[in-house]
Every structure is written in structure tokens, then in C-alpha cells.
Write a protein that binds this ligand. Structure first.
Ligand code: SAH
Length: 265
């Protein structure tokens, strides 16, 4: 049976970040359309709209016409419940790394519950470390170690093909109403919810003087990786933020108390 999970397909977003050559945007649109995918998002494309994009789209103009353009990655993926970043440089980032097949299986599954995104970097320089840090995991297409950088649209094609296969394997499976422990199923946290938690965590660590003069970035990088790896759901994020809010309150009280003591003595 040739089933294709069209509702999940509609929630899978291919995000091209800072694309330099408009031709690659057109070729990426074509790659997506051939695989039955349609969600194209462009983050600060260098030249767009552009004739070359339409020429290379070869009939996938509808995808280009519908493409959403945003100013930054955060805006492109705010509502996404899974964000993966494609990188030609294997193991340079401290992120869990997926093959295209693993990535596609995960995207197809989470797309059952909400929008998901796959990021692609600039032709010359790829994704920045900051952009990769926004991702749950990296995706690397196994390639010649001495020549591992595919053309952008070729990389899109590989991922789009694997995504198509994964969507055929996941013919609309209803998301279970309860988890293994019988608790009602809660959707995975969105990118914006996670970033809100990370901002509060960074603030809290400052308030409790956790870093003690060390650079805060290193601890935050590790903590982000820890939390992004664990697939937090919305309720878990609320619980953690509640703990952070109490910690912040106690830190303020301690500080006020400390100040009063000093003033009073
Ligand atoms: N010179 C850049 C390569 C950019 S290629 C660099 O060193 O990062 C443009 C984009 O295509 C990359 O940012 C990545 O998203 C994707 N890409 C190219 N080759 C890839 C590979 N082997 N695995 C995963 N993504 C790849």
C-alpha cells in the first residue's frame, strides 16, 4: 500500500538560513515538491525574490510563492516541537548527531503533534554555532571525509527523500492519549517555550552566583544540551520554570536579607 502521511508532511518545515544563491532556493523548492513536501521557510536570504530562483524551481513556483521569509531562526521555528540542524562538518558541534534516516524518522513522528523544522546553512559557511545551539540535534549526511560538503539543494534533496520514506512508514498513527504511566499525553515543548526556560535558567544562575567568575556560556551550553536531549514536554517545562521562579524568589529574599543585615549592623 502506498500510503503517505499528508497531515504530518504539512507540518515539516525546511528552513534555509542565509542562502546566498537564489538558484539554490529554487532547486530546494523543486527537491521538496518532488517528495510531496511543501513548507519552505527562508531566513534572511541574500537575494530573494529573484528570477534565478524561479528558473531553477522548474514548476515548483507554488512553493516559492508560499515560502515564508523571516529575520532570524528563532522566528522561523518558534512554534516547532523539534528543530534539527544539517551540518557538513561532522562532530564539530557538541550536539547529538543523527543520520538523515534517523532525523527523518524523528521528524515524521513529532510532526504528528505539531510543526517541526530542519535547518540548512549558508553555502559558504553553513550554520553558525549559535544557530546550531538552537537545535535539538545535528544531522550529518555521511560523505567523503575529505570532501563532505554537498550543494545546499542536494542536501535538501537527501533529507526530503528520507522524510518521504519516513512519512510512508508512519501512516497516520494517532498520538496516544496517555503515556506509559497512564498520565495524559502532553505535547513536546515548543522552541519558544524552551528558549523562555533557558533565558530564565541563565538569569537564575546569575542570581545565585553559580558561575563565580567563570564564563557563563560554557555551563549554559552544557545545560542546553542536557535539556534538549531529554525531549521535555510542556508540563515538564512549566514544572522546571516553577522551580526556577522559587529559586529566584529565594535568591532575592536572601539578597534583601543580606543587605538589611549589613545596613542594620
Ligand atoms: N562550507 C559549509 C558548507 C555549507 S553547504 C560548511 O562548512 O558548513 C550548505 C548547507 O548544506 C550546510 O549548511 C548544510 O545545512 C547542508 N549540507 C551540505 N553538506 C552536508 C552534509 N554532508 N551533511 C549535512 N548537511 C549538509
Amino acid at each position: 500500500m502506498d500510503s503517505f502521511n499528508t497531515s504530518a508532511a504539512a507540518r515539516i518545515r525546511f528552513v534555509l538560513v542565509g542562502t546566498q544563491h537564489p538558484g539554490n532556493i529554487g532547486a530546494a523548492a523543486r527537491a521538496l515538491k518532488t517528495m510531496g513536501l511543501a513548507q519552505l521557510v527562508l531566513v534572511q536570504p541574500e537575494k530573494y525574490p529573484h528570477d534565478e530562483a524561479y528558473r531553477r524551481a522548474a514548476g515548483a513556483d507554488d512553493l516559492l510563492a508560499d515560502a515564508v521569509v523571516t529575520d532570524d531562526v528563532a522566528a522561523a521555528v518558534a512554534d516547532c516541537r523539534l528543530v534539527l540542524g544539517c551540518t557538513a562538518r561532522s562532530r564539530r558541534v557538541q550536539l547529538e548527531e543523527h543520520s538523515p534516516r534517523q532525523a527523518a524518522a524523528r521528524l515524521a513522528q513529532v510532526a504528528g503533534e505539531g510543526p517541526v523544522a530542519l535547518l540548512f546553512g549558508r553555502e559558504r559557511t553553513g550554520l553558525t554555532n549559535e544557530e546550531l545551539q538552537l537545535c535539538h540535534a545535528a544531522v550529518h549526511i555521511d560523505a567523503n571525509p575529505d570532501y563532505s560538503s554537498l550543494n545546499l539543494a542536494a542536501a535538501v534533496q537527501v533529507l526530503a527523500y528520507e522524510t518521504r520514506l519516513a512519512l510512508k512508514d508512519t501512516a497516520p498513527v494517532a498520538v496516544p492519549a496517555a503515556d506509559d504511566a497512564g498520565e495524559p499525553r502532553v505535547a513536546p515543548a515548543t522552541h519558544a517555550q524552551l528558549e523562555g526556560m533557558f533565558a530564565q535558567l541563565a538569569e537564575t544562575l546569575d542570581q545565585i552566583d553559580f558561575h563565580k567568575g567563570r564564563a557563563p556560556e560554557s555551563a549554559m551550553r552544557k545545560l542546553r544540551r542536557l535539556f534538549l536531549r531529554t525531549d521535555l514536554d510542556e508540563k515538564e517545562v512549566r514544572l522546571l520554570r516553577g522551580i526556577l521562579a522559587d529559586t529566584q524568589r529565594m535568591a532575592r529574599l536572601a539578597q534583601d536579607g543580606g543587605v538589611n543585615k549589613i545596613v542594620g549592623s
